[in-house]
Design a protein around this ligand. Structure first.
Ligand SMILES: C[S@@+](CC[C@H](N)C(=O)[O-])C[C@H]1O[C@@H](n2cnc3c(N)ncnc32)[C@H](O)[C@@H]1O
Length: 284
């Protein structure tokens, strides 16, 4: 029987108890702002004839507060939050397993460096750009309308890529490729055009950071096979779980927010009457 489980708890604690190599596919969409970023200042020495320090060639200097170290601190803080969880993720993947990490472009460069360190640069497979077209358009810069999804394969020579399961998309100029090809459509590139979850759609759960089901369906169908169990340990509204359930995969979904657990329970009961919802020592 397929594992179909929601776990309420702090993910690092839960992950440490899960058996190694259990999940062929892990998708995560961590919060972008961990709330831990602090600004700290570094002293900078500048030349000043009235300064209290004497330096080379008799020149005088004074100390002043240097530039804010927010960028470096931000990296350290975000990395120290993600790193132990990503190390667990790697442990939980079998040799042919893959990790998908969804991240905002303001954070993606930090996260890629960390993923390279943990998985190795050779394990980087794709940077998928999820491009949408919704919301306001500022007039003083290009409207920012994409997220980044990194794909890392534990072994870059041995991974699941179900080519025939890819949902094909229309050609931009079908008249140039002939009727047969136009009817078949083409495989998408690493830029995925997909609307956000429309406010009025049936798919909408009301959970603020809900991602589109079709994006998760593509990942689940191409990077796992029926019978596999998919893990999402920042599960939110359970989009990964719904994609897994729709396509014959099991799922383990972890979130520390009780509202997320309730949204997932309602959303996924329709697919899995035998759905298990686990409390943990801290989360229950
Ligand atoms: C961006 S949302 C995920 C949204 C999800 N992809 C969806 O489609 O609904 C991130 C989730 O991570 C959860 N979260 C943040 N830190 C966590 C932690 N340390 N342990 C477990 N869950 C955590 C939050 O409660 C939130 O629901």
């Amino acid at each position: 029987m397929l594992d179909r489980r929601i776990i309420h708890g702090e993910n690092l604690e839960v992950l440490r108890d899960l058996p190694g190599q259990r999940f062929r596919l892990i998708y995560i969409d961590p919060p972008f702002n961990t709330g831990r970023t602090q600004e700290s200042a570094r002293l900078k020495v500048v030349q000043d004839e009235a300064g209290d320090r004497l330096g080379f060639g008799g020149r005088r200097y004074r100390s002043e507060e240097g530039e804010k170290r927010a960028y470096r601190d931000h990296f350290d803080d975000y990395a120290s939050f993600l790193e132990p969880r990503l190390l667990e993720a790697r442990r939980l993947l079998p040799e042919d397993g893959s990790l998908f990490l969804h991240v905002d472009p303001r954070e993606s460069h930090y996260v890629k460096i960390l993923l390279d360190e943990i998985f190795g640069r050779v394990s980087f497979m794709n940077e998928i750009v999820w491009s949408y077209d919704y919301g306001g358009r500022p007039k003083r810069r290009w409207p920012s309308k994409h997220d980044v999804i990194f794909w890392y394969a534990k072994d870059p020579e041995n991974y699941v890529f179900e080519y025939d399961a890819i949902d094909r998309i229309p050609y931009m100029a079908p008249s140039l490729v002939g009727a047969e090809k136009a009817a078949r459509g083409k495989t998408p590139t690493d830029v995925w055009w997909n609307t956000i979850v429309p406010t009025t759609s049936k798919e909408r759960t009301g959970y603020p950071t809900q991602k589109p089901l079709s994006v998760l369906e593509r990942i689940v169908c191409v990077h796992s096979v029926p019978g596999d169990t998919v893990l999402d340990f920042f599960a939110g509204s359970g989009t990964t779980g719904e994609a897994a359930a729709k396509h014959g995969r099991g799922f383990v979904l972890i979130d520390e927010n009780v509202e997320a657990i309730e949204v997932m329970r309602v959303r996924l009961s329709a697919y899995s009457p035998a759905l298990e919802v686990w409390p943990t020592a801290r989360g229950g």
